[in-house]
Design a protein around this ligand. Sequence first.
Ligand SMILES: *Cc1c(COP(=O)(O)O)cnc(C)c1O
Length: 485
Amino acid sequence: MNYVSTRGQAPAVTSSQAIINGIAPDGGLYVPEKWPKLKLDWKNLSQQSYQEIATQVFDAFFDDFTVQEIDHIISKSYGNQWDAESIVTLHNENKLHYIELFHGPTLAFKDVALQALPHLLTTAAKKQSLNDKIVILTATSGDTGTAAMSGFANVENTEIVVFYPEVGVSDIQRQQMQTEEGHNAHVTAITGNFDDAQKAVKSILSDEKLIQELSEKGMRFSSANSINIGRLVPQIVYYIYAYAQLVKNDVVVPGEEINIDVPTGNFGNVLASYYASQLGLPVHQFTVASDENNVLTDFFNTGIYDRQRDFKVTNSPAMDILVSSNLERLLYFASGRNDEEVRQYMKSLAENGQYTLTDKTRNYLQKFTAKFATQSQVVDTIKDVFENSGYLIDPHTAVGRFAYEEETQQTLLAATASAYKFPQTVLAALQEKNEGGVVDLQKLAERTNTVIPAQVATLFDKTIVHTKIIEPAMIMQSIKDELSI
Ligand SMILES: *Cc1c(COP(=O)(O)O)cnc(C)c1O
């Protein structure tokens, strides 16, 4: 099974090539040429471990990898770096089932994919006989950088270079970055905001001279961005696993339709649930939940994508985004794999900042509903859920919880981060004062009678190893120094 570009003007490639390329040469995203056949026997799946289900999904989508290669990748990705043996867990509240996706090293759902991506990438490179060392270069405002760093730390034949803005990251995130011990991790703060860091890094990724210099030293850039199929496929697994658990617990009978509710930024996580439905997961409705950057809410309600609006910095920062890259993949399937139509939408988005769906394509999206939460609704939701049921949720999960409406179907809600990753917002929601650092973690534990996760419990005792701060103009020199070129 090959992968083709959503824009139809790039050659079809194998899965290992798609993982290495990240984005297709025509600017499109790689999608499977046809849906792989996966036999979803729910009774049988309900008896299987997360790792066993993951193996089948990986085998189906990465079909040029050998069984041994996939087994190796699964055992490296889903081992004891997780604080739950089942990798993800379910928390039940009537017809609502939170899939807790935050039991990995950085306490957010991106770990599910970013613990696997380094092994997928290095294995794919070997298969393609690429001997170059892979350099992951990323600018981060939050979860991607910390999760990528944790995944790539000490992975042979890789270097991970992270730039983060001096202002705009949380205490926890800063501490996670500054204390990273991996010998291949290079972490630098940049004066200015995320936009400055992002712009500088983007221009460097396409700098021909630097690419040439890297190549002379046996290195090449690659991307840990969520458009990589190596990030998307691992996320399909937990929707299948969670449904199998609902079968196991007699919450649904095999084949019974459910609703899926996902707090969204780049549309990666919700797209993975759509992929699961194409494999046979019975879905009645998808709820796309956004924060005040509600471009997707308007899109699903009107058929018009319009990014021309102010960007808002909210209390669910990992969802602050105006161009949801992975939506392009849904457009491809919604248009009946019409790459010419996708090209027109993307051209219009680039040139006019907006596009309007055809009636036929819009009609395909009837299973999708969309809703957004304001920052104060997020805070109120955290408080209400805690007061009514004693369950503690983070601001991103709260966006999804706010969008939830009880219906006849059972609902799976993606709980994307631990409340302990965003203690300031959660404490404020519970009407407690913030003091910063480890004190906030202790206060949150006392106030809610919960336990500080081991992943952050000792974070503030760790030695700070990365202290470099530079001006954005110095990024190029900094990369050269770090990589000794
Ligand atoms: C990245 C992130 C999201 C958004 O996920 P997408 O796949 O970009 O839609 C939601 N919540 C948290 C905690 C995240 O880190």
